[in-house]
Design a protein around this ligand. Sequence first.
Ligand SMILES: *[C@@H]1O[C@H](CO)[C@@H](O)[C@H](O)[C@H]1NC(C)=O
Ligand SMILES: *[C@@H]1O[C@H](CO)[C@@H](O)[C@H](O)[C@H]1NC(C)=O
Ligand SMILES: *[C@@H]1O[C@H](CO)[C@@H](O)[C@H](O)[C@H]1NC(C)=O
Ligand SMILES: *[C@@H]1O[C@H](CO)[C@@H](O)[C@H](O)[C@H]1NC(C)=O
Ligand SMILES: *[C@@H]1O[C@H](CO)[C@@H](O)[C@H](O)[C@H]1NC(C)=O
Ligand SMILES: *[C@@H]1O[C@H](CO)[C@@H](O)[C@H](O)[C@H]1NC(C)=O
Ligand SMILES: *[C@@H]1O[C@H](CO)[C@@H](O)[C@H](O)[C@H]1NC(C)=O
Ligand SMILES: *[C@@H]1O[C@H](CO)[C@@H](O)[C@H](O)[C@H]1NC(C)=O
Ligand SMILES: *[C@@H]1O[C@H](CO)[C@@H](O)[C@H](O)[C@H]1NC(C)=O
Ligand SMILES: *[C@@H]1O[C@H](CO)[C@@H](O)[C@H](O)[C@H]1NC(C)=O
Ligand SMILES: *[C@@H]1O[C@H](CO)[C@@H](O)[C@H](O)[C@H]1NC(C)=O
Length: 561
Amino acid sequence: MHALRPLLLSLISFTSFTFAQSLPIDVREATISSLHSSLFSGVTTCRDVVSAFIARVERFNSDINAIITLNPDVLQIADSLDVSLSTGNATGALFCIPILLKDNYDATPMPSTAGCLALNSSTPTHDAPTVAALRRAGAVILGKSNLHELALEGLSVSSLGGQTLNPYDFNRTPGGSSGGTGAAIAASFAVFGTGTDTVNSLRSPASANSLFSFRPTRGLISRSGVIPISYTQDTVGAIGRCLYDIATALTVMSSVGYDSLDNATSAIPPSTIGTDYTSFLSSSTSTSSLSSLSTIRIGVLEGFFNRTSTNETSPVNAAMSTILSLLQTAGATIVNITDTTTYNATAISSAMDVQQLEYRESLTAYLSSPNLKGARPLSMPELYTTNLTTPEFLVIPSQYSYVETALRSSTGNASYFTRQSMIANLTRTLHSTFLAHNLDAIIYPEQKNLVVPVGSPSQSGRNGILAALTGSPVITIPIGFSPATSSAPIGIPIGMEILGLPWSEGTLLQLAKSIDDRLHARKMPVTNGLNETVEVTTSYVTVPEVTLLRNIPAAYPLGVY
Ligand SMILES: *[C@@H]1O[C@H](CO)[C@@H](O)[C@H](O)[C@H]1NC(C)=O
Ligand SMILES: *[C@@H]1O[C@H](CO)[C@@H](O)[C@H](O)[C@H]1NC(C)=O
Ligand SMILES: *[C@@H]1O[C@H](CO)[C@@H](O)[C@H](O)[C@H]1NC(C)=O
Ligand SMILES: *[C@@H]1O[C@H](CO)[C@@H](O)[C@H](O)[C@H]1NC(C)=O
Ligand SMILES: *[C@@H]1O[C@H](CO)[C@@H](O)[C@H](O)[C@H]1NC(C)=O
Ligand SMILES: *[C@@H]1O[C@H](CO)[C@@H](O)[C@H](O)[C@H]1NC(C)=O
Ligand SMILES: *[C@@H]1O[C@H](CO)[C@@H](O)[C@H](O)[C@H]1NC(C)=O
Ligand SMILES: *[C@@H]1O[C@H](CO)[C@@H](O)[C@H](O)[C@H]1NC(C)=O
Ligand SMILES: *[C@@H]1O[C@H](CO)[C@@H](O)[C@H](O)[C@H]1NC(C)=O
Ligand SMILES: *[C@@H]1O[C@H](CO)[C@@H](O)[C@H](O)[C@H]1NC(C)=O
Ligand SMILES: *[C@@H]1O[C@H](CO)[C@@H](O)[C@H](O)[C@H]1NC(C)=O
């Protein structure tokens, strides 16, 4: 880009003469690279790019209910980037790239609500370090997306934001907990969005919305300034429509490096500092055999499939079979990992998950931090007992025991030590599986069945727990769709996890690219005209307010503790 700048500058002056007003910009499926081409050739302005995304939110958010708030500063930010553009100072890998943040990331001047009514006024005084890094790289924070309340389940329903719907089938959930980000990015409300992942939450929304995401190696990206659940399991990452965009997000977010407020970052190997993860996607620099796939060895976890044959499971198994044939045809070696006793997601979750033991301490530390202002509960127990007459949070029936246990548990429990020992053993076992079979990666469907309908008690069948406990990196990619139905005109998206050893993000991106180059599974949604262009009819003077649709399914009462 640097070498091109003199040429681009002359193009800008030429085109601004030719077009008194910039051409309408079509932001459906826009990427960092497509927007940069339009901006740097003078075909459009940052103000017009931002306005085009706002117009999509205005037109379609009432269909999918993915956005909690728009950033009131966004037009000013766009205008200041236009000044940089006109003075030849358009720098940053994310220059004028509109992004959305899951509403558990601290970003001024917006509140960080986690979708919880009780936190509607809880406002950060500082950006999370990852948010600051995204802004430094030129990203335009368009707003905040809905999530499953406090990121505790995968249905993406919350007391503040209501139920987000899947853009491919309005009868289905968008996965979760980062489901607002998933639905919004599928609908081209922004270029990419951030999420968090304690068990599945960056991967389930990617899988359910035909998108790509990364869950980084535990420690690679600072989690400070993000509403926490679990010190052991939480990670932050991004969800996007193409690998290049999420690799750019990974490069920018990991540039935070060591953060004294998140000591997991002390594990970052010096050799990974400053890595440009997009370099793993360029075919010219990819010297490894991964692009040919012929010497690749990939494990498949048999225990992470549901082999019963129903409309909910068979499409997932069929999509995975297609991938395995594709890999074998390309010369890859597939190793069937048949130890279904060790690799049983249900059994691993119930024996080893430590969220309920860490949640109270982690959330209280966040809520009592001096970096928040505004009325709010100051501890996790206070949140859940705030007000018995006006419940201000939502707990779906399947979560009651989770919250009850978390209210009286801590890392001081004897069971915490037992679970951490089992996690250490699972991590050794997983590494042994990699080494014994000389594997480059392990694959399995993110979810054994299609993403569940709205009103279901939980987001069942997901396989995220293995990476969550072992701190392994995962790239999730779209691999297909179920058959079309009357409510799902192009079917329901299906996604696959590609899991690696710690710090193998580059290898995973290369492998994801060689599969995606052959498959091209991502499709935009068509429901209710989501695939149509939206004209910007208003010249925005202020940012429109988002109407929150509190469409909470009757099956989920607002909780009272
Ligand atoms: C160019 O942009 C950078 C980053 O936004 C800013 O710090 C710098 O002051 C700008 N330089 C000029 C000459 O405008
Ligand atoms: C937050 O919610 C309370 C009631 O629960 C309401 O009175 C207040 O206006 C809300 N604040 C904001 C900033 O929306
Ligand atoms: C790291 O931070 C966690 C949570 O803040 C704390 O429990 C742990 O003791 C710290 N570990 C080290 C090695 O400082
Ligand atoms: C399963 O799918 C088939 C064809 O796609 C359809 O005819 C049938 O009604 C579905 N069964 C159920 C139980 O939904
Ligand atoms: C793996 O082995 C199991 C049990 O032997 C078998 O049912 C399954 O089809 C195999 N999977 C692959 C991908 O070959
Ligand atoms: C460690 O994991 C292996 C493989 O699942 C299992 O066979 C073994 O019993 C476990 N050891 C302990 C001490 O939990
Ligand atoms: C997986 O674990 C669950 C819960 O422990 C158990 O009910 C199920 O039978 C196990 N599945 C296999 C294939 O071992
Ligand atoms: C509880 O709700 C009542 C009625 O809305 C309100 O007057 C009171 O201030 C609330 N208490 C707390 C602690 O939020
Ligand atoms: C932790 O200890 C408390 C107090 O003994 C107990 O009520 C709770 O169930 C324990 N939690 C777990 C997850 O073991
Ligand atoms: C497998 O799928 C069937 C049918 O959808 C479902 O009833 C069952 O609970 C699933 N089993 C697991 C372990 O997910
Ligand atoms: C949008 O999708 C509908 C239904 O598949 C199709 O008829 C229409 O041509 C599509 N529009 C565009 C602009 O692609």
